[in-house]
Write a protein that binds this ligand. Sequence first.
Ligand code: ADP
Ligand code: MG
Length: 448
Amino acid sequence: MDKLWGQAREELQKIVGADSFATWIEPLRLTGVSEGTATIACPTRFLSDWVARHYSNDILQVLDRIEGPVQRLNFETRAQTARQAAAPAKRVAAPRPVAANDDLAAPLDQRFTFENFVVGKPNELAHAAARRVAEGGPVTFNPLFLYGGVGLGKTHLMHAIAREIQTRQPEARVLYLSAEQFMYRFVQALRERTMMDFKEMFRAVSVLMVDDVQFIAGKDSTQEEFFHTFNTLVDQGKQIVISADRSPGEIKDLEERIKSRLQCGLVVDLHPTDYELRLGILQSKTDNFRQQYPGLKIAPGVLEFLAHRITSNVRVLEGALQRLFAFASLMGREINLDMTQECLADILRANDRKVSIEEIQRKVAEHYNIRLADMIGPKRVRTVARPRQIAMYLSKQMTSRSLPEIGRRFGGRDHTTIMHGVKKIEELRSADHSLAEDIDLLRRLLEA
Ligand code: ADP
Ligand code: MG
């Protein structure tokens, strides 16, 4: 089979030219010929669709000439083959290495499904929007723009969307890739003079998903190309899903026109996790780990402890749990609080960075352009009183200080004044969208 394919490849290269050959034919493998049907293995579905549409005749002719009657091509994608081979084992171990270079689309991580995504207050909107887009149907928000800090589940949701669409509509061409890969493809196409192919390839997708789009900020020609691809697809009513580590408006060195197009659809953020969500995620991951380490015991209170103490991001939380299980299984011990503290000392210390009330006051004052002294002072005008209440609210949320202690640091105010301020902001928060955004931004700045 290899010899036959080797010969066929040589002829195909002459027919289609070196560039197209390298892009489209090189990644293929002939795996069998029987009863007039040649089976060809393809790394991705996207590639097989493309080759089937553009090169079927060439391949058939060449095989027919060398091998005798071949009338049909049957494309098998690696994903299918892998699924068949790997079906019995449930994977909970480390993620697969990302994106072999000859893949057009990045491979999807098997674990990043909607079922494995734990929903809580901080991510429920993003989750709902992702679900809606994944259901297909009429394109309602285009693009869907997901943003949030590192490790909060953007890539997880993107993969879940891609997988779900592909399951519901097997014929849809879903192209998922990182902005970095987009740039890499673009530069490669420039170098190899295959821009026509590049453009056509992107413009033939039904759903385009670009992860970590902040990466192309400041990369001018890549931005330009991205903008054109984006517009063409939107005009054709194709769904686009984008992720970034901040909102379109906050991405520096991104062209204004791109910013405004990105804001045209639905922009939703993944908020920093709260205690309940972290606990939920820990419980769900623990269930997975239990299958990998059967018989391992975990003492009550350990997960709660971790949810309290590791607040940075979900990736760190997962890593901590993984280490804990590995350690416990090696030592043949139960996972209890003592062992947790010993085994995760470094992670716990890194998460220990506590924000002080002074820092909060300073950041909030800076953000609202008021004097730091007014945080503590007696002024009651709204422009000063409101930021002061926000600082009180953040102090209650982000530090472990009691209300009387907080009161003392706000110029010796009574604890009921603090309580009132905190309540006020809680109320406003749910009614006033821009205030809620301000608070999230401040919190992110303070946590950074
Ligand atoms: P991002 O792309 O936002 O940096 P990822 O999507 O890579 O973050 O998430 C980091 C890790 O945390 C992944 O292993 C992911 O499965 C996990 N994760 C994040 N949020 C959740 C969630 N809500 N439920 C389950 N796992 C999550
Ligand atoms: Mg990511």
